[in-house]
Design a binder for this molecule. Structure first.
Ligand SMILES: Nc1ncnc2c1ncn2[C@@H]1O[C@H](COP(=O)(O)OP(=O)(O)OP(=O)(O)O)[C@@H](O)[C@H]1O
Length: 217
């Protein structure tokens, strides 16, 4: 379970986002709101990827553990963006192997086996040796998902990961993402502009609105 306890992100003395509540294992919290409201900043704050000029307060807990001030690599947070950001100089399986933590598999052979398992889950094992540059958008997204899950996250954060895909591909890709997140018992926080994404995930929705000057703390 993921829990927000008066978790807030402020910029220039103004609160951009403030969040309280829980996201259960396998469930999705959809964060919606206008451009510039602070949705991406919220995800980055959970992942530990922002510093000044942003100020983070309150707590984020995964299970009973307060991760708010842990280093990025100790948080167990998997993050997926609109751009799959695959490493161009590695094969598909190389990209996924790179994410497998040493505590999960030490030898190269063992990491490859774990990576192939994740590629199988996203129906991409047959393209394990492919060059990422030759993949379609949907395939790239599935490899990005395999790579994220290979990192053995405890929480999944999605920053408009389906926005670049056409409607049919979008529906298929997001179904895989939500199914695997549920299988792995991962709480998901998803930033999206598309209400259909939230509907498909049967998500709890939180609307973020830009703070006015003088509002917040
Ligand atoms: N590095 C930075 N330094 C200062 N301000 C920033 C920085 N990055 C973002 N901002 C500002 O923080 C605010 C929130 O940005 P953020 O990207 O979180 O919004 P968003 O809701 O995700 O927008 P979008 O839907 O367009 O992606 C915006 O006003 C933006 O201009």
């Amino acid at each position: 379970m993921l829990r927000f306890d008066e978790f807030a992100v402020a910029l220039g003395g103004r609160t951009l986002v403030r969040l309280d509540g829980t996201v259960a294992a396998g469930k999705v919290l959809a964060v919606m709101g206008p451009s510039g409201a602070g949705k991406s900043s919220l995800l980055k704050a959970v992942a530990g990827l922002i510093g000044p000029p942003f100020v983070v307060s309150g707590r984020v807990l995964v299970g009973e553990e307060d991760i708010t001030r842990l280093p990025v690599e100790a948080r167990g947070v998997g993050l997926m963006f609109q751009d799959a950001l695959l490493f161009p100089h590695m094969s598909v399986v190389g990209n996924v192997m790179f994410a497998v933590p040493r505590r999960v598999a030490r030898s190269r052979g063992a990491r490859r086996e774990v990576a192939m398992g994740h590629l199988g889950r996203v129906a991409m094992a047959h393209l394990a040796e492919a060059d990422p540059a030759t993949l379609s958008g949907g395939e790239r997204s599935r490899v990005a998902l395999a790579r994220t899950l290979a990192g053995a996250p405890r929480v999944l954060l999605l920053d408009e990961p389906f926005a670049a895909l056409d409607q049919a591909l979008k529906a298929r890709t997001r179904d895989i993402v939500f199914r695997l997140a549920a299988e792995d018992g991962l709480p998901v926080v998803m930033v999206s502009h598309d209400p259909a994404d939230a509907e498909a995930a049967r998500a709890q929705v939180v609307e973020i609105r830009p703070c006015q000057e003088g509002e917040g703390s």
